[in-house]
Each structure stands twice: as structure tokens, then as C-alpha cells.
Design a protein around this ligand. Structure first.
Ligand code: CA
Ligand code: CA
Length: 262
């Protein structure tokens, strides 16, 4: 019953009127109560002391969820927060820690940061999601820790591609990695540690309205594990920044700022 109330609460929050902001940055020094359950409440979700600062730790339950939450959909466990920024150009970024256990061994891992854009309070043709993160499992047998084809990869989500998920060529290494997604009015360029790794040119019409951000970890029913995030941020790129600047100087300035935050 508690789980039902939590999920219902998340739906109500999504449909409530949102405050328009110029930016929102969460350093996770404390837990903003605006973070509400998305899909399924993890075992824990909140700030911890980590790597000399305060980070968000997300720990999935690690066990099978009770009916009616036993479908694949509810294996994505985490929370979202409303961060409505309306701008023809914006930057969404966060730091993600990749543990050594996500790089080798028979471990099942997946953790992602999400951004949602589109119409507020309704899922329709204007709604889109960008998702960036890492995974470690066998794509053909994802819930089997003994599978022979377990691999790690950084991935982004582009719903318009054949599989949705696009695995990046960048090798997965343990440590802190920085994600940055830049919307320039027509496409979203994704940077990993300062390197352009993906460009999404097929966007829904609602991309100029960034409604919410999410922090998630995936439940493989193979025991709990920890996923860490920091400095999750959405910022309207101020006018009169030109597209040319956004592709060059603007990117460098943003990356510089991200590095300084670490
Ligand atoms: Ca922090
Ligand atoms: Ca697309």
C-alpha cells in the first residue's frame, strides 16, 4: 500500500503546475524534498559523504518487487524533481561515479541520469527523454550474473534509433565522469568528460521546455548496490549566445565550469 501511495504521489507531482526557473543545480548537500519517487522507490535515495564531498547515493532494492510492480518497467528505481526551464538553448549536466565493480567481474549494474523535455503534465508527441549513464550486463541475458557476454558500456538513449540505447565507443573506466547535454535549438549534443560522444538530431517539438531531471539505478534482483551522482544541473544558456558560440566557446565555458565544481 505504501508503494502504491508513493507511485501515485509521483504521478500527481508530474501533473501539478510547475514553476519556471532560469536554472536549477543540486549539489546534494541536503535532500531537496522536491525529489519524488519515479517508477519505484529505491532502497535508499539521499546525500552521503563521498570522495571528500556530498553526493547523491541511489541504492536499488536488489530483490523482486511485489505485484503489480514486478514488471521490467519498475526495475528502474529512483526519483525525479521538477526543474522547468523554458529556453531555446539549455545545458543539462551531472557527475557520475563509476565503481570498479561496474568495470569488471560478474556484476550486474546500470545507473543513469535522465532529463525530460516537452509539455508539462502530459505525455504526448512533444515529450522526449535524454538518458546518459553506464551499464554492465550481457545484452542478450541481462539478469544472469553468470552470462558469458557481460560487458560494460557508456550509453545514451535516443528513442528514434533502432534499439533506443546507443552504446558509446568510450571505454568504461572507474572514477568520476562528467556528462553534459547541450540543446542548441535544433539538436542535442552529448559530451562525456569534455568529448562530444553523440548528437541527437531527431528531437520532439517540445525540446525547448526542460521539465524534470531523474537519478536512477536499475534493479537486477541480484542484491543492492550503490550508484552515485553529483552536481545535477539544468541551465538556460543565456541569449544572445549564438549557435556558433554554443558549439565552441560556450561549450568550453560550460566544461570549464563543470571541472571547477569538482
Ligand atoms: Ca556535492
Ligand atoms: Ca532522437
Amino acid at each position: 500500500m505504501k508503494k502504491t501511495l508513493l507511485v501515485t504521489g509521483a504521478i500527481v507531482a508530474l501533473f501539478a503546475a510547475q514553476t519556471v526557473r532560469a536554472s536549477y543545480t543540486d549539489t546534494f548537500d541536503s535532500l531537496n524534498p522536491g525529489w519524488t519517487t519515479d517508477r519505484y522507490e529505491p532502497l535508499s535515495f539521499g546525500p552521503v559523504s563521498f570522495l571528500g564531498g556530498n553526493w547523491l547515493k541511489v541504492t536499488p532494492t536488489g530483490v523482486n518487487s511485489p505485484s503489480p510492480f514486478d514488471s521490467t518497467f519498475y526495475r528502474t528505481q529512483g526519483r525525479q524533481i521538477q526543474t522547468l526551464v523554458n529556453s531555446s538553448q539549455w545545458a543539462f549536466s551531472f557527475d557520475q561515479y563509476v565503481p570498479t565493480e561496474a568495470v569488471s567481474g560478474n556484476n550486474l549494474r546500470r545507473s543513469d541520469g535522465w532529463g525530460r523535455f516537452g509539455d508539462v503534465g502530459v505525455e504526448n508527441a512533444n515529450t522526449g527523454y535524454m538518458i546518459m549513464g553506464y551499464k554492465r550486463f550481457d545484452n542478450a541475458d541481462p539478469f544472469n550474473p553468470l552470462a558469458g557476454g557481460i560487458t560494460s558500456a557508456f550509453r545514451v538513449w535516443d528513442a528514434d534509433t533502432a534499439n533506443g540505447w546507443v552504446e558509446l565507443g568510450t571505454p568504461v573506466t572507474a572514477g568520476v565522469h562528467s556528462w553534459l547535454a547541450l540543446f542548441n535549438g535544433s539538436s542535442i549534443q552529448t559530451y562525456l568528460d569534455g568529448n562530444l560522444v553523440y548528437t541527437d538530431t531527431t528531437l520532439t517539438a517540445g525540446a525547448s521546455s526542460f521539465t524534470s531531471m531523474f537519478a536512477q539505478a536499475y534493479n537486477f534482483s541480484d542484491g543492492p548496490y550503490d550508484a552515485h551522482f553529483d552536481n545535477m544541473s539544468i541551465t538556460a544558456v543565456p541569449e544572445p549566445t549564438s549557435t556558433i558560440m554554443l558549439g565552441g566557446v560556450g561549450v568550453l565555458a560550460l566544461l570549464h565550469r563543470i571541472r571547477q565544481r569538482k
